[in-house]
Design a protein around this ligand. Sequence first.
Ligand SMILES: Cc1cc2nc3c(=O)[nH]c(=O)nc-3n(C[C@H](O)[C@H](O)[C@H](O)COP(=O)(O)OP(=O)(O)OC[C@H]3O[C@@H](n4cnc5c(N)ncnc54)[C@H](O)[C@@H]3O)c2cc1C
Length: 406
Amino acid sequence: MFPTDPDVLVVGAGAAGIAAARALRDRGLSCVVLEGGARIGGRAFTCRTLGAPFDHGATWLHAAGRNPLTPFAGEAVDHDTLRERHFWLGDRWADQAECAAYREAEARFHAALAAAAAGPDRAVAEVIPRGGFWDETVAHGQGAQIQGMEVEHLSLHDVLASGLEGPNLLPREGVGSILLRLAEGLPIRLLARVERIRWGGPGVVAEGAFGCLAARAAIVTVSTGVLAAGGIRFDPPLPPALAQAIHDLPMALLNKFAFRCADRLGIPPFHSVRCRVSPARPRPMSFVMWPFGADHLFGFVGGSLAVELSREGPAALLAAAAEELRFIFGDPPLGQGLATDWGRDPLFLGSYSQARVGAAGARAVLGQPLAGGRLLFAGEATHTTMAGTIGGAFAAGQAAAALVRP
Ligand SMILES: Cc1cc2nc3c(=O)[nH]c(=O)nc-3n(C[C@H](O)[C@H](O)[C@H](O)COP(=O)(O)OP(=O)(O)OC[C@H]3O[C@@H](n4cnc5c(N)ncnc54)[C@H](O)[C@@H]3O)c2cc1C
């Protein structure tokens, strides 16, 4: 079933690995995809434990107008056209005027980033408005809850380069299901964790408990978290500039959770709910209610709170999420719940990469082919305009496949 003498080894069967394998097939090159885990899709994984699809990782196809996965989205909604935001102020919901003021504060946030674009790279926190009624809520939303890191640690240039503009498509079947479809028929070997790659000779050799496999080239799509932790040893070692690029692209953390709930809580499907940042809720989570009319809500926790809860495990995250829902809704009839653990899973070690302040150029360095196209890195971390996203990962896999020496 797998070629014994493939042209190319692809390491990892996430979006980038699947895209690379498809593009290699289109070029008439043979490959084997070596996937360390027991499933396909990587950071895109749809489960049906709650009855309806729930994505553990990638949720939306951002920037749908330029996202290479948009043609495969199937039935999907443009979430921004259906989503109304509800803000809990601690004792009441924000009224319409207050919600309009939130949107204005969000626009001021983005305008401040754009205005600072021409200057030197700085932490996002240094350029954004502070002190207004909604400013901390916007900063927390755009930082911890979207980027998986607080604005104090985010590179202005990197955030600007990886703009996550709309439309934001929410596919009914789940993003992970789309990837599974795209992986059909590809030579993917599961539970084949690569421990070492030798790339000093005329070709490459991947080694692990599965044995040894040689090819002319390798495309490595594992996260920068895995690379930084030494999850794969390279022989000879990677050049210093590349090792530095890996160091400069640490993983942010965003975890997700979901609960079944027997009551709609007065919130229509697709709407979102969040607390305003306050002393009682300094690092609020965000919730999306009843996607496609399902009887579950899902939510996000990102940044430093995600890191702290992750140390205690998914049960602690679920307990904290339930507590926040009680803060907002009193005593909602929560049923079965589940939570992700991306930060501790050794196959990921985080949710997506963020460039250190001053190091936005690291993505282009990581994406440079080595040894004339014998060793390539691809994945969300290598995309320079859609970093951190599944669309960026997919495009990066396609680009790497095009750079392999025939
Ligand atoms: C909670 C969360 C929410 C997100 N939300 C969105 C969103 O709404 N929209 C969006 O666009 N993006 C989102 N993302 C980001 C998106 O999921 C990722 O950017 C994308 O899926 C990364 O794909 P990849 O192919 O680069 O890496 P991966 O998906 O990580 O693929 C790499 C693969 O390599 C495997 N692997 C690791 N080590 C080894 C080894 N040693 N040997 C062999 N295989 C190995 C892994 O198991 C994995 O399958 C989210 C991510 C998370 C975690």
